[in-house]
Design a protein around this ligand. Structure first.
Ligand code: GLN
Length: 533
């Protein structure tokens, strides 16, 4: 038997947290004993998110199989505790590329290729390709009803809905108008009308709201959007995104969805999740972490989602350790201008991934401060590379040591482009060509990292072109830097650490991508632990 489909479509505004809603619905249905996966549709022309600027797109999520995608896939993994593969992200670019390639190889038998049915069919095929042995496939359509860009995807899901058991969930926004002291449902009514224009009737509406939605407003939405009473599910802004599945459960959302398919829950398994949310709410011991990045400020605003997986991994660790987490993002150029004095009341510092020169000197200063003052430090990818540079400059006396990413003529290129990447960059073949996805590392005996992971062989996800330069390994080791994890052939340095320090660890990988709410990253957990002693 094929899978059942749940389509999640947005109305009124983008940025409402459709990804969290999709993940939360998935979590509830999973807790009822069903196998669930999720797909994200991104209506942009890009093949993937890998070539997009972080300030514009936010974090690029990396899948186990090396996809560079929208961060919503991260939410699905964090909530559902599963690996979501590349094929679960569909973009307009991918669809058109295949249709055009097919046309070029006479795949349409001499007739003209058309948006309807060929593009629509391609979308349907790609959605159905993830079905496998899943009971439910939740499909989140990016963008908002009424957008030119996502129209073709709406046509596709309408058609798919005719062929498969499916329901439609519309996520909207309810503004509160101060002048009349009222929550206004009109934009939601318009969004539902726009969806009906494409031939899609919502089964449920989830109106996002900054406050609780009262009964008269719920009634109005069900009356004027023609949906069953009881199928308006409220979703006010909560203290934690991880509390959303619990709020949905209170409203029997999962059971109502199952009922639509004529199904019932097989088990009920949300206890662990509930306890972790309780931990977040009842934790009192504070831990204050600074994330030092290049992409913190954009224009006049602070970017909330450039380092989202790092934030979430820290939250997971704290939920398990019952600690009250405070995160502050610090623009690394600020440290260049004002020095490290501003770091003095932090319990730990994370230097996350990044690209390019700007702000790197600030990161290096911050790392030196952590190393010299026994402040827990976790370096992720670029953060590890910066730590190697800092060590080379300040301990090994290699003045001006750098990465060739930022200084082609440095006397000490301690970080250098991987040989196989040179040609790629010269030919400007930049899309999907970094060292991407899950990579195995062999951890050295008697090191902190080996103890943390509890295994000799581990795997984390990667996304980079540069590496520790093998020429300098011996010198760095002689000066006390420990390369505690290497690639299986021993050529690539995957982890560094220094002894006699509370916690000073860097990794070429991105362990934040494998951290889940119910199963935190061991590295993040240990880092946070060390911040409390
Ligand atoms: N810019 C560095 C590289 O390409 C680090 C990348 C990252 O932090 N993801 O190697």
């Amino acid at each position: 038997m094929g899978a059942k489909y749940i389509f999640v479509i947005g109305g009124v505004l983008s940025g409402l947290g459709k990804g969290i809603i999709t993940s939360s619905i998935g979590k509830i249905i999973q807790s009822y004993g069903y196998k669930v996966t999720a797909i994200k549709i991104d209506p942009y022309i890009n093949i993937d998110a890998g070539t997009m600027r972080p300030t514009e797109h936010g974090e690029v999520w990396v899948t186990e199989d090396g996809g560079e995608f929208d961060q919503d896939l991260g939410n699905y993994e964090r909530f559902l505790g599963i690996n979501i593969p590349k094929k679960n992200n569909i973009t307009t670019g991918q669809i058109y590329l295949s249709v055009i390639q097919r046309e070029r190889s006479l795949g349409y038998n001499g007739r003209n290729a058309e948006v309807i049915p060929d593009v629509v069919n391609e979308i349907k095929d790609r959605i159905r390709a993830v079905e496998e042995d899943n009971d439910f496939v939740i499909v989140e359509v990016g963008g908002t009803t009424g957008d030119i860009q996502n129209l073709i995807f709406l046509h596709a899901i309408r058609e798919l809905g005719k062929e498969t058991p499916s329901i439609n969930i519309l996520v909207t926004y309810i503004p509160f108008l101060d002048t009349v002291g009222e929550l206004k449902t009109k934009p939601t009514q318009h969004a539902a009308a726009q969806l009906r224009e494409v031939g899609i009737m919502p089964d449920f509406i989830v109106p996002r709201c900054d406050r609780r939605l009262d009964q008269p407003r719920k009634d109005k939405i069900s009356n004027l959007c023609f949906i069953e009473r009881g199928n308006v599910i409220e979703d006010p802004t909560l203290d934690s995104i991880y509390a959303v599945p619990l709020l949905f459960k209170e409203q029997n959302f999962g059971e109502k969805i199952l009922k639509k398919f004529g199904m019932e829950k097989k088990t009920e398994d949300l206890e662990n999740w509930k306890n972790l949310v309780e931990n977040i709410r009842n934790s009192d011991k504070k831990v204050k972490i600074g994330i030092i990045g290049k992409y913190v400020i954009y224009g006049d605003q602070e970017h909330k989602d450039v380092y989202i997986s790092v934030h979430e991994a820290l939250k997971h660790a704290c939920a398990h350790l019952k600690l009250n987490l405070e995160i502050k993002q610090i623009q690394s150029t600020e440290i260049e201008n004002r020095g490290t004095e501003m770091l003095k009341d932090y319990d730990g510092i994370v230097v996350p991934g990044g690209f390019g020169f700007e702000g790197t000197e600030g990161k290096i200063k911050a790392i030196k401060y952590c190393r010299e003052n026994n402040i827990p430090f976790l370096g992720l990818c670029y953060g590890m590379q910066m730590a190697v540079i800092e060590y080379a400059r300040n301990i090994c006396g290699m003045e001006g040591a750098n990465t060739t990413e930022n200084d082609k003529n440095t006397k000490y290129p301690v970080i250098d482009i991987m040989p196989e990447q040179k040609e790629i960059v010269e030919k400007e073949k930049m899309g999907a060509t970094m060292r991407l996805g899950a990579c195995t590392a062999i951890l050295k005996k008697d090191t902190k990292v080996r103890k943390i992971y509890g295994n000799e062989e581990i795997s984390e996800r990667h996304r980079h072109r540069y590496e520790v330069n093998p020429k300098y390994i011996e010198k760095l080791e002689d000066a006390g830097l420990i390369f505690s994890g290497k690639s299986p052939n021993g050529k690539l340095m995957e982890f560094i650490e220094i002894p006699n320090h509370k916690f000073f660890v860097g990794t070429q990988g991105h362990p934040e991508f494998k951290s889940r709410f119910e199963n935190p990253s061991p590295l993040f957990k240990e880092f946070i632990k060390s911040c409390t002693i």
